[in-house]
Design a protein around this ligand. Structure first.
Ligand SMILES: [Fe+2]
Length: 422
C-alpha cells in the first residue's frame, strides 16, 4: 500500500495512505503466457467463529481444517466505490517473451504527461494511446509523469485517468525532475516515484534526504541521493535490452550509477539482445532553447555519450522539452551511421511551449516539431530493422509561428537499421 507524508500549511504532517494502490508480487510465471486476473477484495469475517474453531482430535485432518478455516474466515466484500465496473471484470496480462534476437516486440514511448487539469493535452494523448494498446507489449513514460508536485492524492488521480487498457499493459517509468517532488521541510525526495511503482530492482533502494532546499531548483537538483530501486534499472524484452537512467542522481564516473551502467553495457549480449535502448529524462541533444545549459544534459553528454557511442546504443529516448525531435545517427555532434539516434518526446501532455533555439535546424536534427503533441511507437521487426512512428494526438502551435516548418498533421515514420551491424 502506498504511503507518503503530506504537509499542510499549518506544518502538520500526516501519513497519506492510498486506498487505491497495492503491490502484488507474482513469481514463477512462464514467458509469453497470457494470464487472467480479477480484482477481489476480501475482509475478515467472524461469522461462525465457534464452529470454525480448529479444535479436533483428528491430527491427520489438521491441514484441511486449516484450509477450511481460512476460506471461511475471509469473505468477499463488494468492491470499493473508486473501482469502476470495468475493473471488476476478468482482466489479462501477458508475460514478456524470452529474450530472442529474431522475436518481435512493440512499445510506446511518451514523456511529460501529467493529468488534466494540469496537462489537458494528456487526455487526448491517453485516448490516442488506448487505441494502440492492444498491439503493444509495454509502455514507457520517460519522466515527469504526473506533475502532482507533492500532492499525493493527485497520484491516485493519475492512475485513475489511465486508459483501462493500461490494466493489461506493463508500464515502465523513468525519473523526471517533477517526479523528485522534494519536500522542502523534510528533504524527502522521489517518495511517490519510489513507492508507487515497482520497476525491476537491481538492488535495494538507497535514498537519502536532500541536504539543501535549493536541491529542488531545477538547475541545482543534480546528484540527488537516490540509487538503485526505481532510480535506474534494466530489462530485456524480446530482441531488446533497455536501460533506464536517472539524470538527477549521480552518474559521473565512479558513481554507483555510472559503474552499474558500464557493467551493463559490457555484459549485454547483442547476439541475444541486438537492440540496445537507453531511456533518460533529459536529452543530451536538444534543438530547443530551454534546458540547454542545465547540469543534467551537459554532464550526460560529457560523461555518458562516449559510452553510448562505444557500445553502439541504438536509440536514446528522452522527454523534458515539451516538443518533438529526432536526430540523425550521431556521435559527438557529427553525423555518424553507427551512432545512436536521439529522440525528444516530451510533448505527451504538451501545454507549454518549447521554442526552437535556431530558426534553421541544426545539422544533426532529422525532424523537429513544436506544434503537436503525442507519442512514439517502436516495433522491432527483426534483429536488423525496427519501425518507428510518431503518433500525432493533437495540435498546439504557439502563437508566434515564424519558426513553423511542419504541417499541422505532422507525423514522422522511419525504419531504423540496427547500428550494431554497421
Ligand atoms: Fe522535465
Amino acid at each position: 500500500m502506498y504511503q507518503a507524508n503530506i504537509h499542510h500549511p499549518d506544518e502538520h504532517v500526516e501519513l497519506y495512505t492510498s486506498e487505491r494502490q497495492h503491490h502484488i508480487m507474482i513469481e514463477n510465471l512462464t514467458e509469453s503466457t497470457k494470464y487472467y486476473y480479477k480484482c477481489v477484495v476480501l475482509i475478515e469475517s467472524h461469522l461462525g467463529d465457534t464452529k470454525m474453531s480448529k479444535g479436533t482430535n483428528d491430527e491427520d485432518d489438521d491441514e484441511s481444517q486449516e484450509r477450511a478455516f481460512e476460506q471461511r474466515y475471509l469473505r468477499r466484500m463488494s468492491l470499493p466505490t473508486h473501482f469502476s465496473e470495468d475493473e471488476s471484470v476478468l482482466k489479462t496480462f501477458t508475460t514478456a517473451s524470452k529474450p530472442l534476437p529474431f522475436s518481435r516486440a512493440k512499445f510506446a514511448i511518451l514523456g511529460d504527461l501529467g493529468v488534466a487539469p494540469w496537462q489537458p493535452h494528456s487526455k487526448n494523448t491517453l485516448a490516442q494511446l488506448s487505441n494502440h494498446l492492444i498491439d503493444l507489449n509495454y509502455v514507457i513514460i520517460a519522466g515527469d509523469i504526473t506533475y502532482a508536485n507533492g500532492n499525493h492524492k493527485k497520484w491516485d488521480d493519475f492512475f485513475d485517468a489511465l486508459p483501462s487498457g493500461m490494466m493489461e499493459t506493463p508500464l515502465y517509468v523513468v525519473a523526471g525532475n517533477h517526479d523528485a517532488e522534494g519536500d522542502h521541510d523534510t528533504g524527502e525526495i522521489f517518495t511517490a516515484f519510489e513507492n508507487r511503482f515497482r520497476m525491476p530492482h537491481i538492488a535495494p533502494t538507497i535514498k537519502d534526504k536532500a541536504k539543501e532546499k535549493h536541491d529542488f531548483d531545477l538547475n541545482l537538483m543534480y546528484q540527488l541521493p537516490y540509487d538503485y530501486g526505481n532510480s535506474y534499472y534494466a530489462f530485456q524484452y524480446g530482441p531488446s535490452y533497455n536501460i533506464a537512467l536517472n539524470a538527477f542522481a549521480d552518474f559521473e564516473p565512479g558513481s554507483l550509477q555510472y559503474q552499474w551502467l558500464e557493467t551493463e553495457l559490457n555484459t549485454v549480449n547483442r547476439d541475444i539482445s541486438p537492440w540496445l535502448v537507453v531511456i533518460v529524462h533529459c536529452p543530451m541533444y536538444n534543438t530547443f532553447s530551454f534546458h540547454k545549459t542545465d547540469p543534467q544534459p551537459v554532464n550526460l553528454k560529457l560523461y555518458l555519450e562516449p559510452l553510448f557511442v562505444e557500445y553502439r546504443v541504438n536509440v536514446v529516448l528522452s522527454g523534458h522539452l515539451h516538443g518533438y525531435s529526432r536526430s540523425h545517427p550521431i556521435a559527438f555532434e557529427q553525423k555518424k551511421d553507427s551512432g545512436p539516434i536521439h529522440f525528444v518526446l516530451g510533448n505527451g501532455g504538451r501545454t507549454i511551449n518549447a521554442p526552437f533555439q535556431n530558426q534553421v535546424k541544426e545539422d544533426w536534427v532529422a525532424v523537429r516539431d513544436h506544434t503537436t503533441y503525442g507519442f512514439g511507437i517502436i516495433e522491432y521487426l527483426n534483429a536488423t530493422t525496427a519501425k518507428y512512428e510518431w503518433i500525432h494526438s493533437g495540435f498546439n502551435a504557439p502563437e508566434e509561428t515564424e519558426f513553423q516548418d511542419i504541417p499541422a498533421n505532422f507525423t514522422d515514420l522511419m525504419y531504423i537499421q540496427n547500428q550494431w551491424y554497421l
